[in-house]
Design a protein around this ligand. Structure first.
Ligand code: BGC
Length: 759
């Protein structure tokens, strides 16, 4: 019964997609929106067999023996390296991903260019997410810098190292808005905010692709996971997504669009369904919207076996059906299932897939290979000497250290405990992340090596010397360490200050690592409670891949630093902040709620009809134990200065076709230099569609010497006040807006109102 239902629905979806396509007025438009290719590419397509065409749409994990690809993702039963080489030469593959450097790439490309019938160069892809061999902070950490320009620079470095190692194409940026901190892949994006997400998406694409995609230090970006992968119900990775088209257009889609507008030439379909239709089988998403509405000209790759997974979704009856559905929906290239190679030729022969469609996808892939310069020189990125010369250079590590310290967020600094003096204090570093070559780079690093990264104890010793520093683990990450707490308490008692290095390990966030409770694991919490009882001042050095709900002694510690996974220069970056060589400037890109049970919590939520200002009024939208606010909101982060906001200059109105110039004076009345991220939020008081309680519209990072002040000016246009209206189109309505220039999404800063007036 259920089989019948599935097959009928799947068949209908496929058949109607073909008919709709053939009759569609969008067809002419889409044909116009393809990348240009030289006549030689069309001549090549004319020579290809159906199998060779399907081969160009088939991407597999590299099978180089002992290679990294085989240790990532779910285990695959792919061929041996020799088998894969044979497949490449026979035209069964378009390329491989997560392979092993220039030597492997040279071997494969040489064989294909020498022995294959058509000599179409392979494309080499990899998950170069936040660095290749020089590792930068995890993307959510880097987003805390609120410096898109920094992300562009780290991506540039990553591209130069990876492109030197033969990699043409990175599966990055991941731009999924992450509003639920239970979701482990929060660490891979730019956090919960739309505007921040757009800016980082564009910066990362620009960084990887550079000015000239053919350059031997540029590689193609892939905007993923399209779409709304971060909206998984319950924060459970891969889970169902059911969002309205309005929320999709207003919250989830803009960062992808920003990535494509910045020139990304590939998109990756997401594993999730949206409102009943898996992304891999969604022609509206992959064709009507992406190509028709947005004019995307590159190609769409499926995620790892995502086409095949439509069988488990209950959307396709078998592999052949899944191939037909994915291909007709707009997935040009299949990753890792081998389905396209196995089934597309027969689907064309049987009339289930028009050959014209096959040719169009092949043309897209070849157009991108051409844009990458692979037809001119298939070896342009393959050079073992260059690979070595560009790897982990001094300059690259300096960028990593800069990114590390700029990603750190100072949540709290009671009594100005930080910065610490470099000398004269006995420091006890306590916790599972105190020392050791683990959990430094982060969960999603293919090529970087933790053994080469600087750990916390090394960083602290380099800054403060060795004689006054002790290291005690105290606990394992998720299990107690026998005798650990006693040793930690003794170490704390013998010290003047404790650095408590606790939090999440690498394998607690990332793909398929959703959590139900976003807290510090219980054994480490117990360690914190015991150490706090010594009465010694504690600096919590938190390691985390997501926003956390802090409790007890961790929450109550006088100083808390959020340090994510900072990469190659972890310990040095943290020491720069601890000892005041750098005044922290990071801001939270994700909210830290009071309690896990508030998830999904995000600052730009709607008001209800019964907002809850406190815990005393009954019948209000609050939990029994907490108001629905954040303990540390989006945008929050302290400096070593004392920052004041004053002197808002806000005109009463903004004309319909005019602009609004607004400013505030931001002063550092403290004794230390500071960098402040000045944030501008608005709230549209009344709309034909309800609006969030606050929305970030702009921000600027400024440096303020002690005693200095600066007038910070922003200019808003009508487009900044748009929302997705009742007709699902960008809309703006006259009326009153609140405006804040403030240090976080929950802070008052300076606040006023203005009216948007229609003449
Ligand atoms: C992930 C992608 C990744 C791919 C290839 C998948 O499991 O969802 O983000 O690019 O694997 O490694």
């Amino acid at each position: 019964m259920s089989d019948l239902r599935i097959s009928r629905r799947a068949a209908l979806a496929g058949a109607s997609a073909i008919m709709a396509w053939a009759a569609s007025p969008a067809r002419a438009l889409l044909q116009a929106a393809e990348l240009d290719v030289p006549a030689s590419v069309d001549a090549l397509i004319a020579k290809m067999t159906l199998e060779e065409k399907a081969g160009q749409l088939n991407l597999m994990a590299a099978a180089w023996s002992g290679g990294v690809a085989t240790t990532l993702n779910p285990p695959s039963s792919g061929p041996s390296f020799d088998g894969q080489l044979g497949d490449a030469v026979a035209g069964k593959l378009t390329g491989v991903f997560n392979g092993n450097g220039a030597a492997m790439a040279r071997r494969m490309q040489s064989a294909v260019m020498r022995e294959s019938r058509l000599k179409i160069p392979l494309i080499f892809a990899a998950d170069v997410i936040h660095g290749h061999r020089t590792i930068f902070p995890v993307p959510v950490g880097e987003a805390a810098s609120f410096e898109p320009d920094l992300a562009e620079r780290t991506a540039r470095v990553a591209a130069s190292e990876a492109a030197g190692a033969g990699i043409d194409w990175t599966f990055f940026p991941m731009v999924d808005v992450a509003r639920d901190q239970r979701w482990g892949r929060t660490m891979e994006g730019a956090g919960e905010d739309v505007r921040l997400g757009e800016l980082f998406a564009a910066a990362r694409v620009r960084g990887f692709q550079g000015r000239d995609l053919k350059a031997n230090d540029a590689m193609m970006a892939c905007v993923k996971h399209f779409a709304a992968y971060g909206a998984a119900e319950g924060g459970l990775d891969y889970n169902t997504v059911d969002v309205s088209e309005r929320t999709l257009r207003e919250v989830y889609l803009p960062p992808y669009k920003a990535g494509f507008d910045a020139g990304a030439l590939s998109a990756m379909a997401s594993f999730n369904e949206i409102s009943g239709v898996p992304a891999h089988g969604n022609p509206w998403l992959l064709d009507t919207l992406l190509r028709g509405e947005w004019g995307f000209k590159g190609f769409v790759v499926g995620d790892y076996t995502g086409d095949e997974e439509m069988i488990a979704h209950g959307f396709a009856k078998d592999s052949r059906d899944a191939t037909r559905i994915a291909f007709l929906a707009g997935v040009d290239m299949s990753m890792q299932s081998n389905n396209y190679f196995l089934h597309l030729p027969a689907l064309v022969r049987d009339g289930d897939v028009p050959e014209e469609r096959l040719d169009r996808s092949v043309r897209r892939v070849l157009a991108v290979k051409h844009a990458l310069g692979l037809f001119d020189d298939p070896f342009r990125r393959i050079d073992p000497k260059r690979e070595k010369a560009r790897t982990r250079t001094k300059a690259n590590l300096a960028v990593s250290r800069e990114a590390a310290r700029k990603s750190i967020v100072l949540l709290k600094n009671d009594g100005d405990l930080l910065p610490l003096p470099r000398t004269g204090r006995k420091i006890a570093i306590i916790g599972p992340f105190a020392e050791g070559k683990h959990d430094l780079n982060g969960p999603w690093v293919v090529y970087g090596d933790n053994a080469q990264a600087v750990d916390l104890a090394e960083g602290v010793r380099a800054a403060a010397g060795t004689s006054n520093v002790t290291v005690t683990l105290g606990s394992k990450v998720e299990e107690p360490l026998p005798g650990g707490i006693e040793a930690a308490v003794a170490a704390a008692n013998a010290a003047d200050v404790v650095l408590l290095a606790i939090g999440e390990s690498e394998n607690m966030s990332g793909e398929a690592q959703s959590r139900t409770e976003i807290v510090v694991p219980a054994p480490q919490q117990a360690l914190a409670e015991a150490v706090a009882k010594t009465g010694k001042p504690i600096v919590v050095v938190l390691k985390n891949g997501r926003g956390l709900a802090l409790e007890g002694a961790v929450k109550d510690a006088p100083a808390i630093l959020v340090t994510w996974f900072l990469g190659s220069e972890s310990g040095n970056g943290i020491a720069d902040v601890l000892f005041g060589a750098y005044s922290p400037s990071g801001r939270l890109p994700v909210s830290f709620p009071h309690d896990s049970g508030q998830s999904p919590y995000y600052y730009d939520h709607k008001a209800t009809g019964r907002p809850a200002p406190n815990l005393t009024e009954p019948y209000r939208a609050r939990y029994r134990t907490t108001t629905n606010t954040a303990l540390y909101p989006f945008g929050h982060g302290l400096t070593y200065g004392v920052i004041e906001y004053r002197g808002l200059e806000l005109p009463q109105s903004m004309g319909w076709d005019g602009t609004l110039t607004v400013s505030a004076t931001v002063a550092n009345t403290g004794k230390r230099a500071a960098e402040e991220v000045v944030q501008l939020y608005i709230r549209d008081r009344v709309g034909s569609v309800t609006r969030p309680v606050r929305e970030l519209k702009a921000f600027r990072k400024i440096a303020l010497a002690p005693g200095a002040s600066e007038k910070v000016t922003f200019t808003l246009r009508r487009a900044d006040l748009e929302f997705i209206g009742l007709e699902l189109k960008p809309t703006v309505e006259p009326g009153t807006f609140d405006l804040w220039i403030a240090p976080s999404a929950q802070a008052d800063g300076v606040h006023g109102t203005f009216d948007l007036v229609k003449a």
